[in-house]
Design a binder for this molecule. Structure first.
Ligand code: PLP
Length: 450
C-alpha cells in the first residue's frame, strides 16, 4: 500500500443554519438536472424564468392515488380539478390516466370539451353558472353540482316544458371539526338546508339526483374530517334511498388532500407531517363501507384531488438578478421571478435549491422577486449558499395553482415546458410578448397622437 500523501490543514467556517429538533435543515443540495435535463440547458433553450413540468411525476401521482383507493373500494373515479392547473397538455395527461374533468367555470367547462372530454364525464361545480352555461351542460349530459337555491330554480325554469332532463347533485357543506367552516359553497347539512334542497330536487321530474358532493377545504391536514364528511353524505344518501327506493349513484368527496409542501410558519417540513394518499383513502373508504348501503348498491366514490396530484410535478427555474445587504445587514437575493409567478408563496415556504455546485459557506437570507412591490418576497428567511448574480436556482413543488393564479404585473409570463416520459422537453405555453399584451388593447382615435 502506498503511503498517503500529505494534505495541508485548513480552517473553514461552518455555518449550519438554525437547528430544529431533528438537526440542521438540509435545504440546499444542488439540483443540476430535472428529469435528466440540465437546468442550465433548459434556461438556455427556454429562457429564465421558466416553469418545467414532469409528465412522469404526474402519471406516478395519479396512478398512486388510483391504487390507494381502488385497492380499498370497488368503484372509484378521479376527476381532474381544472383550476389547479388547466394547461390543456397537463389536463390530457390526467385524462389519459382515466380522470374525468372537474370544472368550476364556463371557461374551464369549454376547455374540457375542447380537450375532448365527453360531456357526461365533466363535473360542473361552482357558484357562478349562468342559464346559458346550465343549458350547455344539460345539452352535453354533464353532471351539474348545484351550489344554491337560485341555481336550482334557474335549472327547473330552464327545463320546464322542454322534456329534457338534467343529471344533478348538490354540494353539501358541513361541520367536519375544521374551522373556519367552508359554508359559503353549497347547502348546509346541520341546519337541514341540504335535505331541503334534496326533497325539492326529488319533486321535479326534470331533475335526476344522481350524486352528492362535498369539498370541505384545501390542504386538509386532518384525515378524520373526511370521515365526518363521508358519514354525513352517507346519511343523506341512505335517506334518499328510503324516500325514493332508488340508490344514489355516487358520493363525490371533492379534493383538499395536502401536498408535501411546507406551510408558512410550520415547524416541520411538509413532507414529514402531511397525511399520505393512503391515509385519506383509508378513512374515506372505511366510512362509506361502514355505512348502511346494501352491498350491491355501494355508490361510486368520486375524488377531485388537485394540489396533491400536481404540486410535486413542477418546478420553476430562474436566475439571480442581484444580491445586496439590507439596512440591518441581512443578505438579500433578488430573483427574476416573484409572487407574480408564485402566488402560493404567500402560503408556502417553497424549497429552493441552487442549480450548480457552490461553496460551503451559507447564510440566512431573504429571497425577493423582481417586482417593484414590497410584498414581493418568496422566502423571508432561508439558509442557502451565497448565490451570485447569474446563478440559477430551482424552486420545487410549484405545480398547483401558480400557473392558473399567476398575474401579469409589470412583467410578462414566461414559457411552460413539459419533460415527457422519454426525457424530451416540449413547450406547453409560449411566453407572452408585447404583441400578446397589445392584441387586447384598443386606442381611441383622439389619443393616437401625442
Ligand atoms: C379547488 C377544488 C378542488 C381541488 O382542490 P385541492 O385542494 O387542490 O385538492 C376540488 N373540488 C372543488 C369543488 C374545488 O373547488
Amino acid at each position: 500500500m502506498s503511503k498517503l500523501s500529505y494534505e495541508r490543514p485548513f480552517i473553514q467556517k461552518l455555518n449550519t443554519g438554525s437547528m430544529n429538533k431533528f438537526g440542521t435543515k438540509t435545504e440546499f443540495a444542488p439540483v443540476t438536472h430535472l428529469d435528466g435535463i440540465r437546468v442550465s440547458k433548459l434556461i438556455e433553450d427556454y429562457g429564465s424564468p421558466c416553469f418545467v413540468i414532469s409528465e412522469r411525476q404526474i402519471r406516478k401521482n395519479v396512478q398512486n392515488a388510483n391504487r390507494a383507493f381502488k385497492t380499498r373500494y370497488p368503484k372509484i373515479q378521479f376527476a381532474w380539478s381544472y383550476k389547479t392547473n388547466y394547461l390543456s397538455a397537463v389536463c390530457n395527461v390526467f385524462h389519459q390516466e382515466g380522470s374525468w374533468a372537474e370544472v368550476v367555470s364556463i371557461y374551464e367547462y369549454k376547455k374540457a370539451l375542447l380537450n375532448g372530454v365527453e360531456g357526461n364525464k365533466i363535473i360542473f361545480n361552482g357558484p357562478d353558472k349562468t342559464e346559458e352555461d346550465l343549458a350547455l351542460a344539460v345539452e352535453n349530459n354533464s353532471l351539474i353540482h348545484i351550489d344554491h337555491f337560485d341555481e336550482l330554480y334557474s335549472l327547473v325554469g330552464l327545463l320546464d316544458g322542454t322534456g329534457k332532463k338534467a343529471r344533478v347533485a348538490i354540494r353539501v357543506n358541513m361541520d367536519t371539526g375544521i374551522y373556519p367552516m367552508w359554508d359559503r359553497f353549497g347547502f348546509n347539512y346541520e341546519n337541514g338546508q341540504a335535505w331541503n334542497a334534496i326533497i325539492k330536487i326529488l319533486s321535479h321530474k326534470e331533475l335526476e339526483l344522481v350524486g352528492l358532493h362535498s369539498h370541505i377545504g384545501t390542504f386538509m391536514l386532518s384525515t378524520s374530517a373526511y370521515a365526518t364528511a363521508a358519514y354525513k353524505l352517507c346519511d343523506l344518501a341512505t335517506n334518499v334511498k328510503l324516500k325514493t327506493g332508488k340508490p344514489i349513484q355516487y358520493l363525490d368527496l371533492g379534493g383538499g388532500f395536502a401536498s408535501t409542501n411546507t406551510l408558512k410558519g410550520s415547524y416541520l417540513q411538509g413532507a414529514d407531517i402531511v397525511p399520505t394518499i393512503d391515509d385519506y383513502a383509508e378513512v374515506i373508504t372505511s366510512a362509506i363501507l361502514n355505512s348502511n348501503f346494501a352491498q350491491d348498491e355501494l355508490p361510486t366514490i368520486i375524488l377531485e384531488s388537485g394540489r396533491a396530484l400536481i404540486d410535486d410535478a413542477a418546478w420553476l427555474i430562474g436566475s439571480v438578478v442581484a444580491t445586496k445587504r439590507l439596512s440591518d445587514d441581512r443578505r438579500a437575493t433578488i430573483m427574476d421571478f416573484g409572487v407574480n409567478l408564485l402566488f402560493n408563496a404567500f402560503w408556502y415556504d417553497y424549497k429552493i435549491s441552487p442549480a450548480q455546485e457552490f461553496t460551503h459557506h451559507t447564510e440566512d437570507m431573504v429571497i425577493y422577486g423582481p417586482l417593484c412591490m414590497n410584498i414581493d418576497c418568496i422566502r423571508e428567511s432561508i439558509n442557502l449558499p451565497l448565490l451570485n448574480k447569474g446563478d440559477q436556482v430551482v424552486v420545487h413543488k410549484v405545480g398547483a395553482y401558480n400557473m392558473t393564479q399567476w398575474m401579469q404585473f409589470i412583467q410578462m409570463r414566461p414559457k411552460i415546458v413539459m419533460i415527457d416520459m422519454e426525457g424530451k422537453s416540449h413547450i406547453l405555453r409560449e411566453n407572452e410578448s408585447l404583441d400578446t399584451m397589445m392584441e387586447l388593447e384598443r386606442m381611441p382615435e383622439h389619443l393616437k397622437n401625442i
